[in-house]
Design a protein around this ligand. Structure first.
Ligand code: FE
Length: 202
């Protein structure tokens, strides 16, 4: 196997250290977890270069373990890059292209937010608002771990981390209050920029 290029963590945007209701200490610890996902992605891909494919086995094999945990590491990278990128804004109701999509596919901003909030409470790790290219509409999807359960051919536009590491320092077990703080820090210009760059039709 050809060697795979290593990647580096994206730098932490300083505005993430001044969020409303989510402490600097919490964000710094959270960022270190993200750095760990990047390091493990690089480590796993390095090991996959030399693993013995002749011993591949569905019960246990080095190949199976590495491939499985690679999805966890890469999921952790993608989820957190979305999460960090769209925090640091003024929150409030969405505007622009995302608002148009939300009102069309959920009926109202309040209905979208209530569903994503409840999805985040029902999830064990993540809740995402994503645009599904096959149905050509938004869904609020539920995730448990970093690698469960994204669906193919959908583009996430909001990534709500509800792992306890995201909020326990600030809110102990009060996840709903953390979710409310999350909404108040979203940067809708970033989300609308993704809609434009992916050319998601409204
Ligand atoms: Fe996280």
């Amino acid at each position: 196997m050809a060697p795979t290029e290593e990647i580096s963590p994206r730098p932490l945007d300083p505005r993430l250290l001044q969020l409303s209701g989510i402490s600097r200490a919490s964000v710094e610890a959270h960022y270190r977890l993200y750095q760990g996902y990047v390091a493990k992605r690089n480590e796993i891909l390095g090991l996959l270069g030399d693993v013995d494919r002749a011993t591949a086995n569905q019960v246990y094999s080095a190949l199976r373990s590495l491939k499985l945990d690679l999805t966890f590491a890469i999921g952790g990278i993608k989820n957190h890059e979305l999460y960090f990128a769209h925090l640091g804004g003024d929150g409030g109701d969405p505007h622009g292209a995302f608002r148009v999509l939300v009102e069309r596919d959920f009926g109202s901003v309040d209905a979208w937010r209530a569903d994503l909030r409840a999805t985040g409470i029902a999830a064990r790790g993540w809740a995402w608002t994503a645009y599904d290219w096959d149905e050509r509409r938004l869904f609020n999807y539920l995730g448990d771990a970093q690698n469960t359960f994204p669906v193919w051919n959908a583009t996430p536009l909001v990534a709500l981390d509800v792992y306890e590491h995201a909020y326990f320092l600030d809110y102990q077990t009060d996840r709903p209050s953390y979710i409310d703080a999350f909404f108040e820090n979203l940067d809708w210009d970033v989300v609308n920029g993704w809609i434009a760059s992916y050319a998601i039709p409204s």
